[in-house]
Design a protein around this ligand. Structure first.
Ligand code: HEC
Ligand code: HEC
Ligand code: HEC
Ligand code: HEC
Ligand code: HEC
Ligand code: HEC
Ligand code: HEC
Length: 230
């Protein structure tokens, strides 16, 4: 990875203090050091020392495709810190976006898909969720599962779905899941084993809105409650 001389760090620190901490740097909006003169404050002492002038400096060790459906604390936390519009850090601090053509991390070689302007707007809207642990996606973010954990490494598009094998990669196999939710009372229902057979997980578990128990439509007396139903 590239190393920057200590003198550069000193200059950045001086600039940061001169401009007041938290002030957006005038020329280089991607300069992390303006807001994070010391990364140890956000990353902790155990993290390897980083100077952090731009996101590209993180990429030699991070930003590779996560193993299929794996956890990715880096992707979760880098967005948690900045996704809320109040943070004052625009997506463009770290991403290069050409509507309908490309979306990448600045300085990164890997394509993150080709969202169009409306896809971008929709994901922008869902992005702050990692900070507020609401619904299924927020809960997963709290457990270090990033957007890519469910949606795959490309930018999530409008109308995006998540197929059962993806969920079951972490929660399966199906038999084990059904065993966990075996009804305790006689005539109780098992949401994961029924006359519906192979049902989509997302018939009940929604990513970004309250989940439901589909069975209630016809079995209104069931006491089943889906996690994150509000
Ligand atoms: C305009 C100010 C600003 C800039 C520029 C900025 N950040 Fe942040 N960053 C914040 C704020 C605010 C937080 C959330 C508060 C906190 O955790 O200290 C944060 C949090 C973080 C976190 C911790 C997230 C968590 O909660 O786990 C990391 C990591 C981080 N920033 C990295 C970077 C990197 C890398 C860059 C440069 C590409 C950068 N930041 C640029 C303001 C900024
Ligand atoms: C020299 C390699 C290296 C560089 C460069 C690097 N990191 Fe890391 N980072 C690690 C290692 C090792 C871990 C711990 C193992 C893991 O969780 O991947 C880690 C973990 C993290 C985590 C997750 C911590 C957790 O919650 O478990 C965050 C967030 C993070 N790094 C942010 C950054 C940011 C931001 C940058 C760029 C400013 C950066 N890292 C640059 C090596 C590096
Ligand atoms: C401080 C830097 C930073 C900011 C700001 C940032 N991103 Fe990212 N983003 C990254 C990095 C780095 C990756 C690659 C993570 C990986 O693959 O491990 C990434 C990956 C993504 C992905 C791929 C899915 C995933 O979970 O990895 C999406 C979608 C995304 N960003 C959207 C956005 C949007 C929308 C915004 C603005 C709200 C934004 N990002 C702001 C650094 C940032
Ligand atoms: C990358 C792995 C991963 C993927 C993919 C994934 N999950 Fe999870 N899920 C987790 C982890 C980790 C937790 C937290 C487990 C815990 O709290 O012990 C969790 C928690 C949950 C919970 C809450 C369980 C509880 O304790 O109440 C539900 C429900 C759930 N996931 C459903 C889904 C569904 C549906 C999908 C697909 C749309 C999915 N998950 C995809 C890893 C994953
Ligand atoms: C018919 C609605 C429905 C469908 C379809 C469904 N679930 Fe569930 N799921 C529920 C309900 C209700 C609960 C809570 C059960 C309980 O409280 O005993 C639950 C609980 C869970 C849990 C937490 C289990 C635990 O107690 O540890 C996970 C994980 C989960 N579901 C994943 C999935 C996956 C993966 C799929 C697709 C293969 C799926 N669900 C399909 C309704 C459903
Ligand atoms: C636990 C799995 C899970 C995680 C994590 C997750 N999603 Fe989703 N997402 C879903 C499911 C399931 C759907 C299908 C619609 C629904 O059920 O809400 C979906 C749908 C979407 C859609 C299409 C929605 C529409 O209205 O057209 C977008 C965009 C999206 N997700 C973005 C994101 C972003 C951005 C993140 C990270 C902040 C994320 N998702 C994290 C499960 C997840
Ligand atoms: C479209 C309506 C409908 C939905 C939705 C529905 N059921 Fe049923 N279910 C029925 C009917 C009709 C019967 C048969 C009549 C009876 O015996 O009460 C039945 C019977 C059952 C029985 C007893 C007979 C058997 O097959 O063992 C169970 C258990 C059951 N359903 C579970 C579920 C579960 C779990 C769900 C949600 C995944 C569900 N049902 C969703 C209509 C439905």
């Amino acid at each position: 990875m590239k190393r920057f001389p200590e003198s550069w760090l000193m200059a950045a620190l001086l600039l940061a203090f001169a401009g007041g901490l938290g002030a957006a740097p005038a020329k280089a909006p991607a300069a992390c050091g303006a807001c994070h003169p010391d990364f140890k404050k956000v990353l902790g002492d155990a993290h390897p020392a980083v100077k952090g002038r731009s996101i590209a400096e993180c990429l030699p060790c991070h930003g590779k495709p996560a193993p299929d459906a794996g956890k990715n604390a880096f992707a979760v936390r880098i967005h948690r810190g900045h996704a809320a519009p109040e943070s004052g850090v625009p997506c463009s601090a770290c991403h290069e976006f050409k509507a309908g053509r490309s979306f990448t991390v600045k300085g990164g070689k890997r394509s993150l898909g080709k969202p169009d302007a409306a896809d971008f707007a929709r994901t922008r809207e869902l992005m702050p969720v990692p900070g507020a642990a609401t619904y299924l996606s927020g809960h997963h973010a709290a457990k270090q599962v990033s957007c890519a954990g469910c949606h795959g490494p490309a930018f999530p598009l409008r109308g995006g779905e998540v197929a059962n094998p993806r969920c079951l990669a972490c929660h399966g196999p199906m038999e084990a899941l059904a065993e966990k939710t075996k009804p305790k009372e006689a005539h109780g229902l098992n949401p994961h084993k029924s006359h519906y057979g192979d049902i989509a997980c997302t018939a009940c578990h929604f990513g970004h809105q309250p989940s439901v128990v589909l069975c209630k439509d016809c079995h209104p007396k069931t006491t089943l409650v889906a996690p994150f139903d509000k």
